[in-house]
Design a protein around this ligand. Structure first.
Ligand code: SF4
Ligand code: SF4
Length: 225
């Protein structure tokens, strides 16, 4: 047989990739060397990547992957970076030129703004992946401690299971939207998407105005979204 990857095998591989992907915190940070978390899970299934490449997931993820695959947990691969405390992006809105490059870079749609207007990070949606920082041409994005009060319900000590689910969904929606650039959306879906984005932008602008009015904006303290 020329191709040993039968349909049944492909289905089993997909099922395993989904289970492995559920062990990843879904920051979509690319530190593993793959374009997104699911691509890394697929590479592990194919035997192309080791189980120790998810820096944000760290030991918790390595042990979960090892358990699923019946292997021994190894130490994190230093080539994939060093595990640090979780951070959140913060835009200096006074310096933002509204170029949208950070929006293009953000894998989980955590940044909103309109071209030539200030942009804002929705702190409660930010995975801390850092991909927006080098994308900014005027260097007005920095990483700060996330807002307090984030409850971590997942296996990781710094990411919640609910956040991982949301980041996976937001990343998938972004990927679908990008594919749809070549194929115009049905009018209703396009209208709904536009209305949702406009509502998010209005809410962010209102929050910034309120912060400025009440003098609540302090350097280093991102909005709670
Ligand atoms: S705002 Fe920046 S750090 Fe946060 S998820 Fe988006 S790209 Fe990553
Ligand atoms: S990349 Fe920087 S300057 Fe451009 S919109 Fe984002 S924060 Fe503003």
């Amino acid at each position: 047989m020329l191709n040993p990857r039968t349909p049944a095998r492909a289905t089993a591989d997909t099922a395993l990739a989904v289970r492995l992907d559920a062990c990843l915190p879904q920051t979509q940070c690319r530190q593993c060397g793959y374009p997104h978390c699911y691509a890394y899970a697929e590479a592990v299934v194919r035997g192309e990547a080791d189980i120790n490449r998810c820096t944000p997931g760290a030991d918790v993820t390595i042990e979960a992957l090892a358990s699923l695959l019946g292997r021994t947990a190894s130490t994190a691969d230093p080539a994939c970076g060093v595990k640090t405390e979780r951070q959140c992006a913060l835009i200096d809105e006074e310096r933002c030129i509204g170029c949208r490059k950070c929006i293009d870079a953000c894998p989980v749609d955590a940044i909103i703004g309109a071209r030539r207007f200030m942009h804002t990070v929705m702190a409660h949606e930010c995975s801390g992946c850092e991909l927006c920082v080098p994308a900014c041409p005027v260097d007005c994005i920095r990483l700060v401690t996330p807002p307090a009060g984030r409850g971590c319900t997942g296996p990781w000590h710094d990411y919640g299971a609910d956040e991982a689910v949301r980041w996976r969904q937001r990343h998938a929606a972004r990927a679908a939207r990008r594919r749809d650039v070549q194929q115009p959306l049905p009018a209703l879906a396009a209208d709904e998407q536009r209305a949702r984005r406009q509502a998010e932008i209005r809410a962010a602008v209102d929050r910034v105005h309120r912060r400025r009015q009440h003098g609540a904006s302090r350097p280093g303290q991102p909005s709670a979204g």
